[in-house]
Design a protein around this ligand. Structure first.
Ligand SMILES: [Zn+2]
Length: 326
């Protein structure tokens, strides 16, 4: 078993950098976070991530908690953007992280901490964390998805992240669910799952449906600042347009999941992220749509809510490190 040592885990997102020390078995200790301050550029983001990792290593050595007071054996990193699995370098980043592309994330962290370091995309580590210690525990083949401001995720086959030929696999948010679009995606394409099933997509749908009508006026000026939980509350209170928008988002997600089932036959699909917190109404609609589109052999595949919440990325980053140390 590879999980013998504590590991420093870092999760670099567009708004915050989270970190913690992950113990064998997946328990997260000393969890903390700092703002990413993405506007300051890629080098600054890297420096903040390194500072957090150094702080965590020091805390692990000096905190007399069970399982700690030990030198962490490695650093595991989940990061927004495309991470080359060979070099650990950021090969793609969106405008949310200016200057992030090109950063030699893995090697710079490794030399700053003088520890073996392993890095992967945040969607991949989320899937790995849930597969190893969350809702996908016990299964060899797991697809993990997060549905929030975007749609992310990863594919875990034989217990490991599937990267494809050169690291491009698992970009689930860009499955094409509407071949003729027209809705644009930040990737430059049209008809991507993310452009139809993410929280902003649902809110945009809702605004387009009711924003200028009487229903929109009843909701007042706050309508433009709504989040998906408010949309869910409206739906639960009987607001038909809100319910229809949530159902539509769920059906697009279900269609995307059906494609994954037909293609990969995972044992289980794990769903995390803010949109999933809408609850059973949403999950059931996703399950129904997936079953409607999937072939009979994979139609019964369980679609389960994630169990690790925001810790999934830290746990997955640690699992990545443990696997890398083997
Ligand atoms: Zn796209």
């Amino acid at each position: 078993m590879s999980e013998r040592w504590p590991v420093v885990a870092i999760d670099i997102g567009g708004t915050k950098i989270a970190g913690g020390v992950v113990l064998p078995g997946g328990g997260v200790r000393l969890a903390r976070q700092v703002p990413t301050e993405a506007w300051a550029g890629g080098e600054s983001v890297l420096a903040r991530a390194i500072a957090l990792a150094q702080e965590l290593r020091h805390a692990a050595l000096t905190t007399p908690t069970a399982g700690l007071a030990t030198q962490p054996a490695a650093v595991g990193i989940g990061a927004a953007g495309g991470v080359d699995p060979e070099s650990g370098r950021i090969v793609f980043a969106t405008s949310a992280l200016p200057g992030w592309q090109g950063i030699a994330l893995r090697d710079r962290m490794a030399s700053a901490l003088d520890l073996p370091t392993f890095a992967d995309n945040d969607g991949n580590v989320m899937a790995l964390g849930e597969a190893a210690h969350g809702a996908g525990r016990g299964y060899q083949h797991v697809v993990g998805l997060t549905v929030g401001t975007g749609v992310g995720g990863g594919i875990v086959l034989e217990g490991r992240v599937f990267h494809g030929a050169w690291g491009g696999a698992g970009r689930i948010g860009h499955l094409i669910v509407a071949a003729e679009g027209p809705r644009p995606c930040y990737c430059g394409g049209q008809g991507c799952l993310e452009a139809y099933a993410s929280a902003p997509a649902m809110l945009e749908d809702f605004l387009a449906t009711v924003g200028h009508g009487q229903a929109g006026q009843e909701l007042g000026p706050d309508i433009a600042r709504m989040d998906v939980r408010e949309l869910a509350r409206l739906a639960a209170a009987g607001h038909e347009a809100a319910a229809a928008v949530i159902d539509r988002g769920a059906r697009y997600l279900g269609a995307g999941i059906a494609t994954l089932l037909n293609l990969l036959n995972p044992a289980v699909v794990v769903l995390g992220g803010g949109v999933v917190q809408i609850g059973d109404v949403y999950l059931d609609a996703v399950r129904q749509a997936a079953a409607a589109h999937a072939l009979p052999t994979v139609r019964e595949t369980p679609i389960l809510p994630a169990q690790l919440g925001t810790a999934a990325n830290l746990v997955g980053a640690a699992v990545l490190a443990w696997q890398g140390l083997e």
